[in-house]
Design a protein around this ligand. Structure first.
Ligand code: NAD
Ligand code: UDP
Length: 342
């Protein structure tokens, strides 16, 4: 039987890579992306000419349709601190109210997959962080709109699973980077690369000794595909997904300085409540997704991402006012689900 899948936030960085993978599936008759182009761009999907793909410009929390989906992948939310801090209420709505609306759009027993985050661990006191660690988050701090809306959305989904008929998959993603991050996204790798290729000054916040575990997008999306697609997996999450090689921010910046002639470090004041460390305990991930591991180290991943950014900078990056997306028509029967072909 042919299935329908909905992806919220599918024009974003990770979302567009997920949509690429969905187009390889032969069991789908509709792939609907709902995105409001807050942090995502139409350009991320423009290379796809699959008639099953329909792009709807809408907030996920108010997205209306008579269609019901066998699978929903809820990704709508900025992941970049400057972006979510600028519009915290909008961030909370995207995650939480977005999840509620997504669940409403499922067929009975349908699957909802949700991208939660390592931010649920806050500034962790143990390392590596297993899924059982309850975290250290400030519910009124500067990162709270993101951290707490992810935590609350996890609660909502797990309670819905307990009280109703949904198939749930929750991942906690650690820092992901790679092609299709917007150049003005503001996260470390994309910021450093954009800066290296423009004014040359890489803004390192604090002493740069704070660390993260940097996952290249292809590796991470491989894991998501294995988890979100698989009918044979009963585990609802939460599941840590990431590269467990933990690297200080300053090492990432220094590596980019080595790659790009003329680039240099610009040490800046620390940002408030910046987590000091983050590293996934992948024990559970290895059980649930046997055979999966992150293959691409930060040197290779950053070199690949640099190529993509260099191309964008040469062409003159377009970060807003995107041109109409070119998608083959696929004729959604639903009035509210408009094929965005122009
Ligand atoms: P992104 O900002 O590139 O993509 C988010 C997408 O959601 C964008 O296309 C944006 O326009 C869309 N969006 C935001 N609010 C919306 C709304 N209300 N309605 C419809 N669309 C909306 O971010 P990303 O890095 O691709 O992250 C995708 C998901 O993964 C997010 O939920 C994020 O929290 C989660 N995540 C990402 C990372 C990471 O390192 N990239 C880490 C942990 C979790
Ligand atoms: N960071 C930095 N300079 C930048 C952007 C980020 O030093 O221009 C640091 C930031 O302070 C944090 C780390 O890099 O310690 C990762 O930041 P990012 O925004 O990528 O992700 P998150 O903080 O959400 O893990």
């Amino acid at each position: 039987m042919s299935k329908k899948v909905l992806v919220s936030g599918g024009a974003g960085f990770i979302g567009s890579h997920i949509v690429d993978r969905l187009t390889k599936r032969t069991d789908l008759d509709s792939i609907v992306v709902v995105d409001n182009f807050w942090t995502g761009v139409r350009e991320n999907l423009e290379h796809i000419s699959d008639p099953r793909l329909h792009l709807v410009e809408s907030d996920v929390e108010t997205f209306a349709t008579d269609m019901r989906f066998d699978e929903v992948i809820h990704l709508a939310s900025p992941a970049s601190p400057p972006w979510y801090m600028r519009e915290p209420v909008r961030t909370i709505k995207a995650n939480l109210m977005g999840a509620l609306n997504c669940v409403d759009k499922l067929v009975p027993g349908g699957r909802i997959s949700f991208a939660s985050t390592s931010e649920v661990y806050g500034d962790p006191l143990i390392t590596p962080q297993p899924e059982s660690y309850r975290g250290q988050v400030d519910c009124t701090g500067p990162r709270s709109s993101y951290d707490e809306s992810k935590r609350c959305t996890e609660s909502l989904l797990f309670e819905l699973r307990r009280t109703s008929d949904i198939d749930l998959r929750v991942v906690r993603l650690f820092n992901v980077y790679g092609p299709r991050t917007r150049p003005d996204d503001g996260r470390a790798v994309s910021n450093f690369l954009s800066q290296a290729l423009t004014n040359g000054e890489l803004t390192v916040y604090g002493d740069g000794l704070q660390s993260r575990s940097w996952g290249y997008v292809d590796d991470i999306v491989d894991a998501l595909e294995r988890y979100f697609w698989a009918d044979s997996i009963a585990y609802p999450g939460p599941l840590n997904v990431g590269n467990d090689e933990e690297i200080p921010v300053i090492d990432i910046a220094r590596y980019i300085v080595k790659l790009v002639p003329g680039a240099r470090l610009a040490m800046c004041p620390p940002i408030p409540q910046d987590p000091t460390n983050r590293r996934p305990d992948l024990t559970l991930c290895r059980q649930i997704l046997p055979g999966w591991h992150a293959n691409i180290n930060y040197e290779d991943g950053i070199a690949r991402t640099l190529k993509w950014f260099a191309d964008k900078v040469t062409k003159g990056a377009r970060t807003d006012a995107p041109s109409p997306v070119r998608l083959a028509d696929g004729g959604s029967a639903q009035e509210e689900v408009t094929n965005a072909q122009s």
